[in-house]
Design a protein around this ligand. Sequence first.
Ligand SMILES: [Zn+2]
Length: 243
Amino acid sequence: MKVFHALAISALTCLAGAAMAAECGPGALGTARTITLKREAALYGANQHSALPLAQGEVVLTFDDGPSPEYTPMVLKALADQCASATFFMEGQNLRLSPDLARRVVSEGHSAGIHSDTHPHMAELSAEQQLADLQRSRAAYLAVFGIETPAYRFPFLEETPTLLDALKAANITVASIDLGINDWIPEDTTEILAERLRVSLDKAGRGIILMHDANGPTAKALPALLAVLKDKGYKVVHLEWEK
Ligand SMILES: [Zn+2]
C-alpha cells in the first residue's frame, strides 16, 4: 500500500507539473521559486551591500523607472509569455500618472517597490529635499496600492546617509543590484543588450538583475533577454515582501 501511495503521489505531482508547463508553454523560462522577505531595514545587492541568499545560477528580475504606458505593457507581455515574475521599482511621479497600470503590474503576479519620486541625483539635494522626495514617493505608493512600500531603490544607485537613515527608521528594505545591462542608450539594439546580459551573467553567476521597463530598447529586447537566461540555464527567483 505504501508503494502504491508513493506512486500515486508521484503521478499527481507529474500531472500538476505537466499542467503548469502546458500553461506556460513548452520550454518557458518560468519562475523557479519565491523568496518572501520581511519588512525590515535590510540592504541587499552585492553591488553595494550583502547578497541575497541565492544559489549559483539563480537570478531576480527587476525593472526600474516605470510604470510607462508605452513600454511597461510590452515588458508585462514578455514576462507573461515566459511565466516569469519580476519586481518593479516605480517612480512616484509615474505612479500618480498611471495608477491603473501600476496595479496591473501587481495583479499579474509581480511585486513593486519605489524608486524615488522624480529620479533626482539625491546627493545634489539638501536633506530636506531628499526627505520630501521620499515622502512624496511613499505617499504615491500608498495611494495606489493601499499599503506602505516594503522596498526602495535609489535613483542612479546613489545612496545618501540622510535617506539610508530615513529608510532604516521606516523599516524599508534598500534594494541594490548585483548586475545590470546598462540599458539607457536609445540606440541599443536587442543583440547589444543580449550580449551585455551574457557578459554580466558570466561575471556574476547569480543575483539581482537591473533593467528598465521605461526604456524602449529593453522592452523590445526582453523576449531575447529572457531567452538568454533560459539558454544559459538560469533560474528566476521572485522576490515578495510580507504584507
Ligand atoms: Zn532609475
